[in-house]
Ligand binder design. Structure first.
Ligand code: GRF
Length: 199
């Protein structure tokens, strides 16, 4: 699981595994691109190994983003995961990363397919509703391709918006839905793997 922030979606996966609603799953490693991400504490609390992988040194010494991604993918491939879940991971992975990585990569996007790609999607959706441009928003989990927040959708959910919403209320509703969707997405992937291993 790759994270950059609070890690509430990581927590949703941990809780689902511990509650046996996500069967035959194990989070073998958490990678963060921020050293103060609270997600790291969540992982440590559940004895999940963590790695912090910072881009800044690569920018400072000239190795650059491309090398960062290549080193990252090497670290990950050594861990041999079956699946990478980007759960609030705020770094765009290069095409080279996606070519080299040895497993599926899925991402959580806090908006519906084709909407609000990139950062601050929740805020932008909230503002679009205020301007009367959208009537609802949603979230999705999708396969990662080089295009940001695009790729085949695994699960999606509509999230209603109300006239008396505040950004905080809407964000809370978003998170609650994300936490359900991320578990469902992993379950869907597991089913797909089961079907293909039976073919
Ligand atoms: C989520 O809202 C996700 O959609 C967005 O970043 C947030 C991560 O939250 N890209 P958390 O770190 O899982 O709490």
């Amino acid at each position: 699981v790759m994270v950059s922030g609070s890690g509430s979606n990581l927590q949703a996966l941990i809780d689902a595994i511990e509650a046996d609603t996500l069967l035959q799953a194990e989070i073998i490693h958490v990678i963060s691109n921020r050293e103060n991400a609270f997600a790291l504490e969540r992982a440590a609390k559940h004895n999940i190994p963590t790695t912090v992988s910072l881009l800044k040194p690569y920018k400072t010494d000239g190795r650059g983003r491309e090398q960062y991604d290549l080193d990252l993918v090497q670290t990950i491939n050594e861990l041999q995961p079956d699946l990478i879940v980007l759960a609030g991971w705020m770094h765009i992975l290069s095409e080279a990363f996606l070519t080299e990585v040895g497993c599926d990569v899925i991402n959580l996007h806090p908006a519906l397919p084709g909407q609000f790609a990139g950062t601050k999607a929740v805020e932008r959706a909230f503002e679009a509703y205020q301007r009367g441009e959208i009537a609802y928003s949603g979230c999705m989990i999708h396969h990662v391709i080089p295009e940001v927040d695009a790729g085949d959708v695994i699960v999606q959910a509509i999230i209603p918006m109300f006239d008396d919403d505040t950004l905080e209320k809407f964000t809370d509703r978003m998170h609650q839905t994300e936490h359900l969707m991320i578990v469902q997405a992993v379950q869907q992937i597991q089913l797909k793997y089961k079907e293909t291993s039976h073919e």
